[in-house]
Design a protein around this ligand. Sequence first.
Ligand code: GLU
Length: 304
Amino acid sequence: MLRTRNITAVLVCLLVAALCAGCGREGSPPVKGPRAEALPKYKVDTGFQLPESKTWKKAKKRGYLVVGAKEDQPYLGEKDPATGIYSGFDIEIARMMAASLGFQPDTIRFRTIASANRETALQNGQIDYYVGTYTINDMRKKLVGFAGPYYMAGQGLLVRTDENDIHGPQDLAGKTVCSAAGSTPYQRIAADFPKADLVAYDTYSICVDNLLTFQVDAVTTDDAILLGFAAKAPDEMKVVGKPFSEEPYGIGVPRSDNALRAALNDALEANEKNGNWKKAFEATLGLSGVPAPKPPPIDRYPTN
Ligand code: GLU
């Protein structure tokens, strides 16, 4: 009895050893995802003061920042369901901004806000600022303020790898295409490609699920977002065609808080100069195959 047990134990050990030996071997899929040790550490400006900013003052008093973000966009804004930790390029931008505003890393609380709810969240003071693939445009500028841009994306299309008919938005007539409610890509398809059968959900990850289960023929949003999804399942999905819009990403702030907007623009500029921006990009979005571009020039637009 004892002998059999020992033999079983030895066999189990051998099996485990054999399985583990295969883990790190050449040919096994690379572990893709931001590695914590590759991320820059942002120096907290402990003496920073911004009394002209209502948002900053309120956050200081409360002891932490509340930052709006996405939680289901690979390499940009992702929340680990097990730990609750957010990661990605947008999250790094949010963290570098917090450090410049004098907030320690453990005093940032991320809150997931969908595309359609960003303006209301900023207007109601639910969040202090928002970093989540948020395109700066004139319509939105009537409702919120924007620091940045800190990245330039462009609208694209994601299809299943076996799809051969869709190469650009002109091929969408009669096809079902999915996007997020309240997003600029949704609005562009509705306005410029009315023959497409357009459906909207709260998030792009729901669109991707629908693509993989043959409920829709394509997903449309920014190339940066689509490349992230494609990189996670390259055998199943591909990004097709060229980007057909310009989507400058900004940091959303409450509209009247010009002091906060100016401080964030200063912080962005400083982090682009000191190399943090590039390091953060390479450790996050760069992993999906997007090469590190030069950040676009900051737009310090006047308010009316
Ligand atoms: N950048 C686009 C937008 O702000 C699409 C991505 C998103 O929905 O966050 O509407």
